[in-house]
Every structure is written in structure tokens, then in C-alpha cells.
Ligand binder design. Structure first.
Ligand code: SAM
Length: 279
């Protein structure tokens, strides 16, 4: 049995398995193992955790996670062409790497994981935001994961960590920050990937809070923020008119000026409003 460190460089792996990147699968691979090790380290101590990795591709980040000591890594990959490269890694770490072939939006792998569970992924951009929203909106909280360490286009990363009165502030920031601590831990230029995408990327680290930061019904909060930010330049008394009769009075009762715009209002005030209008 070989060791992970004895595996061939990723560029050779791509050639050996004829893994030409496919755009429709969001395939922008990271071939620098120092970089994948840094991303794995950004997830914190992995030694007592199961790690879920979505979209391992040829396995650069997977190697990093295993080298950094993850107890077990479960990868979900849609492209069957990646399986031989992943199986070569698995053979060097008996029992520690499980490979699932499938669409991460369709397969439910939670029963295959033992808590504590960390999610670490260089996500395909086309499914990244959808997966994040699903992970942030489970039926029960706390969720199955304790932290998410995820690569996004930098603009999406900025939307996740944005604060009020900034350009990127909106629904995604409120959703993420309601139930998690979120920060950008790394930014990467296009050249870090093969092939290079058009945009910069960033890694966001989210830690699940034991309970939401401020109490309120998640569905009501989402409805309010959707209404408020779909017309972000309008005053709230107008964008939220259909929310409740006498919306001006309701806004005032929770300390929100009815003439304020969505981007000026912080999470705590949105949660207070959600409580005020909850059925
Ligand atoms: N983790 C590798 C790396 O860092 O080099 C590859 C990252 S690449 C940006 C995204 C990977 O996700 C590709 O391997 C692609 O085939 C895979 N992928 C795309 N859509 C997927 C889906 N719906 N479910 C699972 N994997 C998917």
C-alpha cells in the first residue's frame, strides 16, 4: 500500500485519466497541494471529525483533508471520470475515504456521516449557493454540520459576510448571519485554478451557532427579507406594505423608521419585525 504523499502530482493524474475540465460541471481544479492543504487547515482541527466534501474532482482538496488528519472523508462527485483518481487516494488510507458518485443536490449522505461533521468544499459555482442555502435552512437547528468551509466566487463570498449599508448586503447575509458566524478566510486569484475562471474566488468559513442569533420564525424572516430586498431602493413602508395591515405602525413599534430602506436595517431589527408580524 502506498502513501498519500507518494501519489503522483495532480497534473499527472489529470493526464493519466484524461480528465479534461468540463465547464458545465463547474470544473476549475486546484492542482497546488500547498494551497489545498491551506484550505483544509482553514476548517480547523479535523482529527475528531467526519468531513463531507462536495465535488472532489481529481482529489487535491481531498488529499489535503486526509493529510490534515480528518477522521473520515466522504466525497460526493457527479463526474464518473474522477472516480479512478479518487480510488487511488482511497487505497492509501484504508477506511478513511468513502466515495459517492452522484449529484450533491439529489443524494442525502447524512446517514453515512457521524458527528461532529464539517463540510469543506471547492464548490462547483453553479450549485454552490443552492447548497449553502439548503445547509442554512434545515427543518431543525442546530444542523448536521458544525462548520462549513466553502469556496465561492468572491462576489458571493462578500454577499455572505456583508454588513448593513454596504453594496453586497442582502438576503444571503441575513440568512447566513442569523444562524452562523461567517467570515472570509482566504481569497484566491483566477490563476490558482486550472483552467482559470474569469473571476476571483474566496473561501468562507461558517460556524453554526447553537441557536439562531435572535429568536424569530425562519420562514417569516425569509419572507420579509425577500420582500424588502426585492425592492431594495424603496422605503420599507412601501416594499413591506403587503406584509401586515398598518405596516408603518408595526415598523415603528420595533424601532424601524418606515422611511428606511432594506439595506440600512440590521439583522436584529429584521428579527424583531419577524416576531411582530408572526401569526
Ligand atoms: N475539489 C476539486 C478541486 O478543488 O480541485 C474540484 C473543484 S471543481 C470547482 C467542482 C467539482 O464539483 C468538479 O469535480 C465537478 O465535477 C463537481 N460537481 C459539479 N456539479 C456537481 C454536483 N451537482 N454534485 C457533485 N459534484 C459536482
Amino acid at each position: 500500500m502506498g502513501t498519500i504523499d507518494g501519489l503522483p502530482p495532480l497534473r499527472e493524474v489529470l493526464q493519466a485519466h484524461d480528465l479534461v475540465a468540463r465547464k458545465q460541471l463547474g470544473q476549475n481544479f486546484i492542482l497546488d497541494l500547498n494551497l489545498t492543504a491551506r484550505i483544509a487547515r482553514a476548517a480547523g482541527d479535523l482529527s475528531a471529525c467526519d468531513v463531507l466534501e462536495v465535488g472532489p474532482g481529481p482529489g487535491g482538496l481531498t488529499r489535503g483533508l486526509l493529510i490534515e488528519g480528518a477522521r473520515r472523508v466522504l466525497v460526493v462527485e457527479k463526474d464518473p471520470r474522477c472516480l479512478p483518481a479518487l480510488e487511488e487516494i482511497a487505497a492509501t488510507v484504508p477506511g478513511r475515504l468513502q466515495i459517492v458518485l452522484g449529484d450533491a443536490l439529489a443524494v442525502d449522505v447524512r446517514s453515512m456521516l457521524t458527528p461532529p461533521i464539517k463540510v469543506v468544499a471547492n464548490l462547483p459555482y453553479n450549485v454552490g449557493t443552492e447548497l449553502l442555502i439548503r445547509w442554512l435552512t434545515p427543518a431543525v437547528w442546530p444542523p448536521f454540520w458544525s462548520s462549513l468551509t466553502l469556496m465561492f466566487q468572491r462576489e458571493v463570498a462578500e454577499r455572505i459576510v456583508a454588513k448593513p449599508r454596504t453594496d453586497h448586503y442582502g438576503r444571503l447575509a441575513l440568512l447566513a448571519q442569523w444562524r452562523a458566524d461567517a467570515r472570509i478566510v482566504m481569497t484566491l486569484p483566477p490563476e490558482a485554478f486550472t483552467p482559470a475562471p474569469k473571476v476571483h474566488s474566496a473561501v468562507v468559513h461558517l460556524t453554526a451557532l447553537p441557536e439562531p442569533r435572535y429568536p424569530c420564525d425562519g420562514a417569516v424572516l425569509q419572507r420579509i427579507t425577500a420582500m424588502a430586498f426585492n425592492q431594495r431602493r424603496k422605503m420599507l413602508r412601501s416594499s413591506l406594505k403587503a406584509l401586515a395591515p398598518g405596516i408603518e405602525g408595526v415598523l415603528e413599534s420595533v424601532g424601524i423608521p418606515p422611511t428606511a430602506r432594506a439595506e440600512e436595517i440590521g439583522l436584529e431589527a429584521f428579527c424583531a419585525l419577524a416576531r411582530a408580524v408572526a401569526p
